[in-house]
Write a protein that binds this ligand. Structure first.
Ligand SMILES: Cc1cc2nc3c(=O)[nH]c(=O)nc-3n(C[C@H](O)[C@H](O)[C@H](O)COP(=O)(O)O)c2cc1C
Length: 393
């Protein structure tokens, strides 16, 4: 009953939408859902590229059978082994026992470990090609975007590249599949959030993959999540290039924690100082109110970051401590940084933030501000001065 969607004459989309999962990887909220994308190339031989998470196998196979019209899948190409894409491999193999599974040496170790599949394999290396008839496919090994086995598959005939998680976006596909047929701005925002949270740590592997992609002409980017990119290709390559270099546009993210408003007042005063100096791109976040994935997205987007926390049981406010771990986990580079903190009897936050800046190798701007109990005039002025220094940095 379910229909596949054609992308070109020979390439079909057979992916599915997941609007039920609350948290991606059980940690990142999905307000717009997520899609698991899989593609079919129909030629003298038929290639299926990646699969979908297992709960969706029934709809997925229905779509696949719609494309196949009685034929079999000759090749199953595995660009990425993460279970949201590899989940239906066993179901495909059961349906098409003669299918040749294409992957690299690392793929096959994982395939054996996850699904016990060790036969019917065709190993490719970087630059290997296979012919489906009219369509010649070339494989690029692109390790660590975002697992070691990740690779990309390029179809020279339709100039389409199947990129695995690279160029992915959160957001289930609302009707269309190709960017030109969708309300694209929502997906561009979710593209940033996906990159920052999922691929953000792997800046250097992403740069290497971009270099490899330069060698071919690309009319379609077909990732495993979110829209197929056609009209937005220059933009998303630009965004990926900039995010993976950790460049950061001009802008200041202020992230604070506060129980009774004292630290919050300091955040407001720093923003005042920034604004008085003409800075417009200022984003203030309460770390306990806004989900970390959205704050991380802005930290990737902008070049300066200020963090503040009350001292809590001789440490950081717990949500702030956990947020530092999330930044560290993404290894965000080159940020200009400052910090502030409020306490009542012994301030611990200043030394924790100072050590964090050192660990991240960030440049510390201005004089960090510390206050005890409520915000008073000296510290208020120091916060405004810190804002002004950050505006100049
Ligand atoms: C549960 C709890 C633990 C605290 N632990 C410390 C502490 O270890 N050292 C300290 O100097 N102040 C401590 N404080 C006091 C706060 O750091 C201080 O009141 C601060 O100004 C609160 O900032 P806020 O108004 O932004 O929440 C603690 C407060 C609470 C509620």
């Amino acid at each position: 009953m379910f229909k596949a969607k054609s992308i070109t004459n020979d390439i079909y989309y057979v992916g599915v939408n997941d609007r039920q999962k609350l948290m991606f990887e059980n940690q990142i909220p999905l307000p717009f859902g997520v899609s698991y994308n899989s593609y079919v190339i129909v030629d003298e031989k038929i290639a299926l590229i990646d699969t979908v998470e297992i709960p969706f196998a029934e709809i997925y196979i229905d779509k696949l059978l719609d494309v196949l019209r009685g034929r079999s899948v000759d090749y199953l190409i595995i660009n990425h082994m993460e279970p949201d894409h590899s989940g239906s491999i066993r179901a495909i193999k059961r349906l098409f026992p003669d299918v040749k599974i294409i992957g690299n040496a690392r793929t096959f170790k994982m395939l054996a470990g996850y699904y016990g599949i060790e036969d019917g394999l065709m190993e490719v290396t970087d630059g290997s090609t296979i012919s489906l008839g009219k369509h010649e496919l070339k494989f690029f090994l692109t390790p660590m975007i975002h697992w070691p086995e990740t690779m990309m598959t390029y179809d020279a005939s339709d100039k389409a590249i199947f990129t695995g998680d690279a160029f992915g976006a959160f957001g289930a596909l609302d009707g269309g599949v190709v960017d030109a047929d969708l309300m694209v701005n929502k997906y561009l925002d979710e593209f940033d959030r996906y990159f920052s949270n999922i691929a953000g740590k792997y800046g250097s592997p992403v740069q290497k993959a971009l270099e490899k992609m330069h060698s071919v002409q690309i009319d379609y980017i077909c990732p495993t999540h979110g829209p197929v990119w056609r009209e937005q290709i220059p933009k998303i390559i630009d965004m990926t290039n900039s995010l993976s270099r950790y460049e950061g546009k001009r802008g200041v993210v202020i992230v604070y924690a506060s129980m009774y408003g004292n630290t919050e007042q300091m955040a407001e005063a720093i923003a005042e100082g920034l604004s008085e100096s003409g800075e417009k791109n200022i984003m203030i976040y309460d770390v306990a109110k806004t989900d970390a994935s959205f704050i991380l997205t802005d930290i990737f987007r902008y070049d300066r970051l200020v963090m503040g926390s009350p001292t809590y049981n001789n440490g950081l406010f717990p949500e702030m401590a956990s947020f530092l771990l999330k930044i560290e986990n993404r290894d965000i580079k080159h940020r200009k940084f400052s910090y502030f903190g409020s306490s009542t009897w012994s301030n611990a936050t200043m030394r924790i933030f100072a050590a964090f800046a050192e660990k991240m190798k960030w440049e510390v701007i201005g004089t960090a501000v510390e206050e005890q109990q409520s915000l008073k005039e000296n510290a208020y002025k120091a916060c405004i001065a810190l804002g002004k220094e950050l505006a100049k940095a």
